[in-house]
Ligand binder design. Structure first.
Ligand code: AMP
Ligand code: MN
Ligand code: MN
Ligand code: MN
Length: 284
């Protein structure tokens, strides 16, 4: 497979905080000309069988996926796993533990939001949740938009849900090393998701990538929905500096909310090695 494969290796279904089912996403990927697809629900592999089956029916090459929430130096970092065995016991248990704190955190978010004039947010958010183990800030954002407090979910994050805002409840997620090992020990490749989104200093970012690599991490998202052209250049350079392969994924959540659709991304820069060169044998 070449550089120019229209790979989309990052998106979300109703099993986490997306609004489409795995089957609807598979069809959308196929329709949009995706040539290699992965569903990467947050801290979950519950949609993998459905995604793989739907992709198979459409003749769409598929890699298993997840996006693990990690805390590194008090910053939340997302690690995408690709091409692993989704039934691996350590992976399944690790993800279950990572999801475990979400319920309590969501109840606290509801209390914090009530304090700033948004009552009933926990119950309201739950109306948008399909998987009871996976309540996320996105579900709160949808309820807050529906209630008329903000015009769109981006505005909700800016005003209420981003770090430091009144509805933000700090949370400790998985360790970086654990997340990388769950993925690699299950036969997959670990990838740093959307690195430009983290509020790291240059030194902190260097430390994060160094640790990631030391634990066995192999990839970084270079082309992703949240990145600018300058970010593509910067992280292509990181690939060279740290000896990492490059991934590409829209981070698509919803036709109404996401500005980058499945498969609608620029190509990876020519200088990088695509992550799928390490995963040929894992493609379903
Ligand atoms: P959680 O895992 O519950 O902390 O929720 C994180 C999710 O919130 C991310 O995966 C995004 O889908 C969404 N999110 C985070 N920041 C923003 C933002 N500024 N605008 C819109 N969605 C966001
Ligand atoms: Mn999300
Ligand atoms: Mn993410
Ligand atoms: Mn994501």
């Amino acid at each position: 497979m070449t550089h120019l494969t229209n790979a989309d290796l990052h998106c979300h279904s109703v099993i986490s905080d997306g609004t489409l089912t795995p089957e609807e996403l598979a069809l959308r990927a196929r329709t949009n000309g995706v040539g290699l697809w992965a569903l990467t629900d947050h801290d979950e592999v519950g949609g993998q069988e459905r995604a793989a089956a739907a992709a198979r029916q459409l003749g769409l090459p598929y890699l298993t996926g997840t996006e693990i929430s990690v805390t590194f130096a008090n910053v939340t970092v997302h690690i995408v796993g690709l091409g692993f065995d989704p039934t691996d016991a350590r992976m399944v248990q690790g993800l279950r533990e990572t999801r475990g704190g979400r319920e309590q955190r969501a109840r606290q978010m509801g209390e914090e939001l009530a304090r700033v004039g948004i009552p009933g947010a926990y119950d309201g958010a739950m109306k948008y949740v399909d998987n009871p183990e996976l309540i996320s800030r996105t579900h709160f954002a949808r309820y807050i938009v529906e209630s008329g407090f903000c015009p769109d979910t981006n505005a909700v994050f800016r005003k209420y849900l981003a770090e430091g805002k009144p509805g933000f409840v700090p949370h400790r997620w998985a360790n970086l090393g654990d997340a990388v090992r769950w993925i690699t020990q299950a036969g997959g490749v670990a990838v740093v998701a959307h690195p430009a989104r983290y509020k790291f200093t240059a030194n902190e970012e260097f430390a994060m990538f160094s640790e990631f690599k030391a634990h066995g991490g192999q990839g970084v998202e270079v082309v992703t929905g949240a990145h600018t052209q300058a970010d593509y250049v910067k992280y292509a350079e990181f690939c060279r500096e740290f000896g990492l392969v490059a991934s590409r994924g829209s981070d698509f959540h919803s036709p109404e909310e996401s500005h980058t659709d499945l498969g609608k991304l620029p190509d990876l820069p020519g200088s990088v090695t695509p992550v799928w060169t390490l995963l040929e044998s894992r493609i379903l």
